[in-house]
Design a protein around this ligand. Structure first.
Ligand SMILES: [Zn+2]
Ligand SMILES: [Zn+2]
Length: 647
């Protein structure tokens, strides 16, 4: 029989028998690699180690050093968990068990909700199954036979999955974790070769879930867990989530009196006065950044006739995510889920000359997305939110300069919050709209702009939107979590759909390019990130209350009031604690409220026109004249997160 050639990542070739497995290839390279192998990649497709190679192919061995390994191990651990659950809860029905950015989950139909003791028992069973080093075996079943099997076993959800995911296939892949009771699951795979490869995992929590996340469907119980390739990474992650719990913006938002929610307005925030102050501080900050940089602030309608959404394409692709309403004449309308289409109408309401470009719109009005109630969570998944949303209308040859300007704004903003950040460039995907030459030109301009701004970036080939390339930015918070916030996205499609034009120097009409851009993303989500990043202890410029004046006794009230008034007159956000409480109690409360400065006034301060300054972390900074405190506070505010100025 003819040998076949496999090409390895270093470009070298090896010949093997047709039908040799990925494991065989690994073994032929070295025994060490054979031991470390978790899966393979054959012509770019992730496969099991047992996968037979039938023709010449590019083969890569996946080990715990490969970027693909983590998701592979997490998904395999989800299967291990499902096997443990079906062992311990006979009759439990399995839904789906994907890997996530944080770990994995699996949904089950069970008779009663899981309790914490269940998680302990399931995890123990998982360790037992992992200790037995059971093999994940892929079996190809005739499709109808597989459906009959899962029907008989009382797993209609699996039957539905097979129906949906394997239409037109004669065979479907099922995996067993081979042991005495043989757990079988329908899955396309791949998985690690055996359960012994899974060592660093932990079950974390349970929640209510619905089949396919839709509350109209079968209620299910979800178990969340996480898995890593080493114990060290698992431990670091568990420490991080402990820290994250303490910083949870939902808890701190309540403790600090920033915002609340009500069941009658799911996913829409009630901003209390302090939260509103924080929100407005950010909104005004963004204006201070953008308006001197060539942006104009606009306000466009919230509700539009469906004709707009048909023109933008959202009516056919996105309608279920929008709140639909009817006008008094029965018109079909929808609340805007993004500002872009409104900005196109605004742009097109006037004729434009090339001399006016770039035109830059900025808008902060509310947006609505009809998120499923089950996924709403604090400020991070909401139905009503606002963005620092902007659209720049530029000529082709202005793309580079505009993107450079945008990157510099992103750099400035994240520096002001002390948030480290990184850029990702997404280029032309396989399915794209427009001319390749225009894409190449745009991508070159984006790369050049990244270089000119000294912006390190990772290249995500093919990750651009179908309508244009993009640069996304991740920020890293104080406990090491990454959040995607800013985006700069080129769009060649919408100017076509909305017939946007400008008159060029040649007196002819041309199409502008649209750049969608946001730096915070949504205010709500960004505030959640900031609350957790600072653990509620906002830097002075953001703190809803910047200073609290604490009179030692009633006879200092008048003087304390005059101090508060002077601070307010100087533009500081100051309050007075007038309660007849002991000074120690007042200080502790102010510390719990994470107010940056406590100004204690007693006999000496009153007679000297001074205040005793305490920092929220407990530091006593001694006496200061009111004027000197104001001056120092103003300087600290001017420096934002970048430097702490000492008085
Ligand atoms: Zn699987
Ligand atoms: Zn947009």
């Amino acid at each position: 029989m003819n040998q076949i050639a496999v090409t390895l990542p270093d470009g070298s070739n090896r010949t093997v028998q047709p039908g040799a497995s990925v494991q065989d290839v690994a073994a032929a390279i070295s025994p060490g690699l054979a031991r470390a192998a978790l899966a393979g990649s054959v012509d770019g497709k992730l496969v099991d180690l047992s996968y037979p190679i039938e023709k010449d192919a590019a083969v890569k061995i996946i080990t715990d050093r490969s970027p693909e390994a983590l998701a592979l191990c997490r998904h395999s651990t989800a299967h291990l968990m499902a096997a443990a659950v079906t062992h311990l809860f006979p009759g439990a029905q399995c839904g789906i068990g994907p890997a996530t950015d944080e770990g994995f989950f699996y949904d089950f139909v069970v008779d009663r909700p899981f309790v914490p003791e269940d998680l302990d028992a399931i995890e123990r069973k998982m360790r037992e199954l992992a200790g037995d080093d059971l093999i994940y075996e892929r079996q190809m079943w005739p499709r109808e036979e597989a459906k009959a099997f899962f029907t008989k076993r009382g797993e209609p959800l699996k039957v539905q999955l097979i129906d949906e995911k394997t239409e037109g296939q004669s065979e479907v892949s099922c995996y067993t974790i081979k042991d005495k009771d043989t757990f079988i699951d329908f899955c396309v795979g791949p998985h690690v070769p055996s359960t012994g490869k899974l060592k660093a995992f932990k079950l974390l929590s349970t929640s209510n879930a619905y089949w396919k996340g839709d509350a109209r469907n079968q209620p299910m119980q979800r178990i969340y867990g996480t898995a890593f390739l080493s114990d060290k990474e698992l431990k670091a992650y568990l420490t991080q989530i402990e820290e994250a719990k303490k910083r949870d913006h939902r808890k701190l938002g309540k403790d600090l009196g920033l915002f609340t929610f009500h069941a009658w307005a799911p996913g829409a925030t009630f901003w209390q006065d302090k939260g509103t102050t924080l929100y407005n501080t950010l909104a005004n900050y963004m204006r201070e950044v953008l308006l001197p940089n060539g942006y104009v602030e606009v306000k466009t309608p919230i509700i539009y006739n469906k004709a707009l959404w048909e023109t933008s394409g959202h009516w056919s692709h996105y309608r279920q995510n929008m709140f639909q309403v009817h006008g008094s004449e029965g018109e079909e309308m929808a609340l805007k889920a993004m500002n872009c289409p409104g900005h196109y109408l605004l742009y097109a309401s006037e004729a434009h000359s090339y001399r006016e470009l770039p035109i830059r719109f900025h808008e902060q009005t509310p947006l609505h997305r009809n998120e499923l109630a089950g996924v709403l969570s604090g400020l991070t998944r909401v139905r009503q939110f606002s963005q620092d949303d902007g659209h720049c209308f530029v000529m082709q040859d202005q793309i580079g300069d505009e993107v450079e300007r945008l990157i510099r704004l992103v750099q400035r903003v994240y520096d002001d919050f002390g948030l480290p950040f990184a850029a990702k460039l997404g280029t032309r995907p396989p399915e794209f709209l427009g001319e390749i030459a225009a894409w190449d030109h745009a991508e070159r301009q984006l790369k050049d702009a990244l270089v000119r701004t000294d912006m390190a970036y990772t290249l995500n080939e093919g990750d651009g939107a179908f309508y244009g390339p993009k640069i996304d930015f991740d920020v890293t918070d104080a406990i090491g979590r990454k959040w995607q916030c800013a985006t700069i996205q080129l769009d060649y499609q919408m100017p076509e759909r909305f017939d946007l034009k400008y008159t060029g120097a040649d007196n002819a009409e041309h199409r502008p390019v649209v750049i969608h851009r946001a730096i915070f993303g949504s205010f709500e989500r960004f505030i959640a990130i900031l609350i957790e990043h600072y653990a509620g202890a906002f830097p002075l410029w953001l703190a809803p209350v910047q200073a609290i004046v604490l009179p030692i006794s009633d006879r200092h009230l008048d003087y304390a009031g005059s101090v508060r008034d002077r601070l307010e007159a100087a533009g500081l956000r100051a309050v007075l604690d007038e309660r007849q409480e002991k000074i120690g109690y007042k200080i502790r409360e102010a510390q719990l409220q994470k107010i940056p400065y406590m100004l204690v006034v007693g006999d000496r301060e009153s007679s000297e026109g001074a205040v005793s300054v305490r920092e929220r972390a407990g530091g006593d900074k001694g006496a200061s004249s009111v004027d000197r405190f104001i001056e120092a506070a103003r300087e600290e505010i001017a420096h934002k997160g970048k430097a702490t100025v000492t008085t």
